[in-house]
Design a protein around this ligand. Structure first.
Ligand SMILES: [Zn+2]
Length: 438
């Protein structure tokens, strides 16, 4: 069961508690709700010397979705988990549309004007806004978790495979087989090097196997350089033929594969700028940051018999992963980044001309679009209780997006604020996230 974060009255984090206990504390009036998402309560008393169990925040950064998990290393319990969906594509699209509009505006009613491309410098290390947005999302959430529970360390998946392991000369023979940690590292390496495509037919999104280019039966070596990714049919067709024999009708591909095999290990390390930038930001938070490889994550996950989800991948990162990971009943919070609105002052038509009135004030009667409200309507056709995200209108008559659909035209005097808009929307899965067998 995902636990509930607890703060004392001075906002010092305490140990997270079971949801039932939190409910009791709230019912007895000993605590109040601090935040809805992630659900956290604040006690009405100070706790002098709390006996805290340090937790570990684990991050599996992805381009679209990042897995987050808070794990108690001592007990092996996953205390809380979430899946954070980024808005990299939206950021990119917004910038592209801005560029188009600006360009057309500059070209309207102008005679020839010199192009200006080189007059805007960027600081070294600046990432594109879409990537920057992803990193900021993750750092925001790690910081939030640091405020809600006692965290002693952070784990992050930094690389797909561990290059140092692959370069160890003394590893050979049986250790190449899948099922060992080394096997997983090799697999990640070969897949990345082959861009997740079959080397013989370029098929992608099919299950890929490792194939010995010079077959084992003909004394081909077990070195990583002798392996390529191949789909099952190709692998079976090739069987124990030598690659020169198998590809005698396709000399171009043969040459490509042979050249590919000679390419040194380091070229493939495919340094992922985003992940390293995230790593630097996490280190700046002042906690020890453990780095894991994708191969290790997968190895940990398979050994514990867990299905592939973002939050379970996060829980399995690094060597610190507890031998027994207790994930029973954990319901990951689904977090979607939405941003904080646009700076655009009014809507434009497809030619870039303004086609609406200037935007009104962001805040109306103390509410702003995206705030979480509870509306109690006592009379009329709309009578009822509605909880959800509000969208404000200048007249003070709002729409509310509830879990059961949108309710329109609710007067602001019926609404009470229960959470400020914070740039994210949330969904709490109701059913357990794991199949019963896991
Ligand atoms: Zn193939």
């Amino acid at each position: 069961m995902s636990k509930v974060f607890v703060l004392d009255t001075n906002k010092r984090p305490l140990n997270p508690v079971h949801a039932g206990r939190a409910r009791l504390l709230l019912k007895q009036g000993k605590a109040a709700i601090h935040r809805r998402y992630p659900f956290s309560i604040i006690l009405k008393r100070a706790v002098e010397q709390p006996d805290l169990h340090p937790l570990r925040v684990k991050v599996d950064p992805g381009s679209q979705t990042t897995g987050l998990a808070v794990v108690n290393d001592a007990s092996g319990e996953v205390v809380w988990a979430a899946e954070l969906t980024h808005r990299g594509k939206q950021v990119k699209r917004a910038l592209e549309s801005r560029r188009v509009i600006r360009r057309s505006r500059r070209q309207r009613k102008t005679r020839y004007r010199k192009p200006r491309f080189d007059n805007r410098g960027k600081k070294k290390g600046t990432l594109p806004p879409s990537l920057e947005s992803r990193i900021s999302n993750v750092v925001t959430w790690v910081r939030r978790l640091l405020r809600l529970c006692e965290v002693s360390a952070i784990s992050q998946e930094l690389v797909k495979f561990d290059l140092q392991q692959l370069e160890q000369p003394d590893i050979s023979g049986v250790q190449y087989q899948l099922g060992t940690l080394f096997g997983y590292e090799v697999r990640e390496y070969v897949l990345l090097k082959g861009q997740h495509r079959c080397a013989y037919c370029d098929a992608s999104s099919v299950p890929l196997e490792l194939d010995h280019v010079h077959p084992r039966a003909k004394h081909g070596s077990n070195r990583v350089g002798n392996l390529v990714a191949a789909c099952t049919p190709c692998n079976q067709r090739k069987s124990n033929q030598d690659v020169t024999e198998f590809l005698k009708d396709d000399p171009a591909r043969l040459a490509r594969i042979l050249a590919h095999m000679k390419a040194p290990l380091k070229d493939v390390a495919a340094v992922n700028a985003t992940r390293w930038a995230l790593n630097a930001r996490l280190k700046a938070l002042g906690l020890p940051v453990e780095c894991g490889s994708g191969g290790l994550t997968k190895y940990n996950r398979m050994r514990r018999g867990l299905p592939k989800t973002h939050w379970l991948d996060a829980a399995c990162i690094g060597r610190s992963t507890p031998e027994r990971l207790n994930v029973k009943g954990v319901m990951p919070l689904q977090i979607m980044a939405t941003g904080h609105g646009k700076r655009q002052m009014c809507n434009v038509d497809r030619f870039g001309f303004p086609c609406s009135k200037p935007k009104g004030a962001k805040r109306v009667q103390g509410f702003q679009t995206g705030d979480l409200v509870r509306a109690v309507v006592t009379s009329g056709t709309k009578a009822g209780i509605y909880v959800g995200k509000v969208s404000v209108r200048t007249r003070g008559i709002f729409n509310i997006a509830t879990a059961h659909g949108r309710v329109t035209d609710i007067h602001h005097r019926f609404c009470t604020l229960i959470g400020r808009s914070d740039g994210y929307t949330y969904q709490q899965r109701r059913e357990a996230a794991l199949p019963p067998s896991a």
